[in-house]
Design a protein. Sequence first.
Length: 1013
Amino acid sequence: MHLTGCMRVTDRTIFPESHSLTEALEQIANEIGTRPLSTYRIQFHNGFKLEQARELVDYLHDLGVSHLYSSPFLEARAGSMHGYDIINHERLNPEVGTEEELHALVRDLNARGMSIVLDIVPNHMGVSTSTPWWRDVLQHGRTSNYADFFDIDWNPLKPELHNKLLLPVLGGQYGDELEQGHLQVVNKDDEFVIKYYDHEFPLDPQTLPLIFEGLGPLPNGEASANGDLQKFSGIIEQLRTLPQHSSTDPEQRNERSGAWEKLRPRWQALLQESPTVKELAGRALEHINGRAGDPRSFDLLHLLLELQVYRLAHWRVSGEEINYRRFFDINDLVGLRMENPQVFTATHRMLRRLFAEKMITGVRVDHCDGMLNPRQYLIRLQLLYSDARVNGPEPVDPVGENGISLEIQQTLAQHDWLERKHPLYVVVEKILEPGEELAKEWPVDGTSGYEFNNLVNGIFLNQESERAFTRIYLRCVGQIADVDTLIYQSKKLIMHTALASEVNVLTHLLGELSSSDRRARDFTLKTLRDSIRETIACFPVYRSYIDERGEYTARDREYVQVAIRKAKRLNPGMSDRVFDFLHDTLLLKGGRLDEIMYRRRLYFALKFQQLTGPVMAKGLEDTVCYVYNRFVSVNEVGGTPKQFGMSLAAFHSENRKRAERWPTSMLATSTHDTKRSEDVRARLNVLSEMPKLWSAFVMRARRLNRNKKITISDGRVVPDGNEEYLLYQTLVGIWGFSRDVKDRAEIVKRVQEYMTKAVHEAKVNLSWVNPNPEYVEALRKFVSRIITGRPRARNFVFFLEELVQSIGLFGAMNSLAQTTLKLMAPGNPDIYQGTELWDFSLVDPDNRRPVDFGLRRKLLSELRRSVDPVELCKELLANYEDGRIKLWLTMRGLEFRREHPDLFRLGTYIPLEATSLNQHVCAFARVLEHEGNSEFAIVAAPRFSYTLTGGKIQPPIGELWGDAAISLSVQAPAEFENIFTGERVQAKNGTILCRELLSSFPMCVLKATSSGA
């Protein structure tokens, strides 16, 4: 191990030769300064590149951000707007920028003490016939060097799919597409491929001779002066002898690969250079491609297609028969076998280099629940980072299968750094259900923040209004099942449709296990399939974490047992014994198991876990959250429509836990995945304070818009009551402060797109699989009709704007309050691009619209030049609609974090209460005692401002608070300064009056003054 190797790849951290490996690793783990204090999410794509991000560095620094949080920027499919469809892990996305531009961006960030947190995508990759690894598998099947890279079931239940890949890409039935001439063999760059519109599929080289079968025996080579035909005929004969693409014999794999590597250039040269061979190939293609109107003329082409690695099929069959794991139900995002160390090595070479060169200092792991064993992956990631930092961009022998130095692995195995002091900052995209906690054995800093989003949103809902809103909702929609029933039904629907093939794979595996067990062999495949579906439908969380060693926690065991018990209760007509068999299989029970049976059961359990998460996501997030629209502010990723609000006690309890266990977890309120932006939810939450007024608005809207509904050909009236109720909430949430009629055209377009997506996801009147263009067109017309009425008439828009004007200020107060809490709570706050000003966005792609950074730079520069913060805050409050007030609050909060990093990384969290009006203020202290020094901050934010003011449009400041005071339950300084206004505040008898805390600005963060400390 050569520690001096570090000097080649790092420009700031150098490990002297005298350092032992252990000391070097410990130094890396202790680099707390590289860990984020805050992040700012940037979405890279061909419309926003690295060079444009470089122009934002000064702005982000002035805003107070410590880390740029980047969307994935490895090479993705052309035109990708998100980067999660990576096709090449070896280089940057050329549409985003070059390595030189990335280096320049990092240099500028580092010069200001900033760095990058990168979103990485280990679970899946984007595939097409232009993706090298995937194309190789399509051409060579199981003999491909990449056959084990993808999560493919090569032995599915359907015999005709053995050793094949089902590709559901056809727009119609296979036979129709074939005989209409839509499938053709063409010569593309001297390589024969199957062309189907924009798709091009490679051909198994062993089957290439078949293309020439229709011409009869090839002419004698002597007929060609230069012997080209003889050479070509010789190549064809050699191609016939290649090993089958279904072979799993390593020797045959090497033989086939080596032979094709030699034959391919000779084959291509003849096709390119020999007129005789070109003419022959032209005749062969004309013959094999058949003649329209003559079905038998396509027989040879059909035979050629039947011999390929892939089986082309109608797109509708994907749900039931596709035999590779996908990201949810997206056919061209294929699951990677990240548990395979070779896959880890191949997909992380570029990442290793970025680690070694300190281009990135943290990662967010996308969809970690999709991997077979997330814990194993996360440990490897920490090892990779350590190895890269010590040994540089290239591994140093001896190296393990995972591409990581064996010495690094052995050294780290002797320490507890993987559990307590891991070197790399990592957050995982993990949705935690209520009561669920992140696995403490994972070497991570926390999650990407969905649970905080739902937590902080919840405290701005008035829980006392739940029954009233349920009544309003039912009045609009009639009867609807409760949320738990909807989730159960929706998960089953998903398993019968979009993810049926994944259930079939599990059924096949479980069937093989049952047939080997004399006490279970009489279970039919239908019974086994039903037991799997019912258990997954009842699974209480996204997934359990039985690992590759067969180890699991009491928590995991309880999840399985809860699901089995509920499945039994809901299915009295099914035998308990089949559920008992599934229970024992998942938990590796059932008497003495030999090694083979144990490994087979373990494999089933691991694969079962990979399915429960996608089913939950598709059933809850992508179905129920569009069906149960009682109060859509809570219909969020990581949330549930049945959770109507959150108590302050619960909010404080979760924050204390996070401070103790995950103090650097990410805190999010808007993300690229949220269904509504933080400002939309904040405004909607005001409605929970005024159920009677909301009810009156909805009933009036229904009356005004009744004649604008449309009856379609099957007799249905569009929209239905549920869709209409969703639409009204959506319009209230996104309607701008301006009454400018010119803005309406954009709103119409945005809402039309949103409602189109919503009704497809709901899967009630139509779906993506069963579209109904007539229904969608009627819905879009309804949206347009109700929004584009005559200006100033007492129509729907008149009353909509009246409502928005009455709640707009209070929605803004909610947004400022949740931003304040996010900036000061335990964890690292994330700012989604553009949300430092008001952002009334809906689900993607609406939340990926271009951000006006020029405006934000200009406004921030003006704010920073202000010399009188009190007067500034008054002016910002008076003009709150322009959003500068949120920008000011964000900047001051982030600056305060940067000035007191230890307070937020290490400080304790202490809930505070008010002596009166306690339900209207959320307050807490952040305290750090360290080596005789102390740091102290008090945070206070209002809630239920509409109720506090009695509906009068005024901010919750000053005398409105009366004699209410915050009780300081801990020993605190005597004097503080408000970081927003600069005002001094005195603590008297262990309390601070709210009217002094919030005298001129509705949010408060107090820092101890030097005289008061």
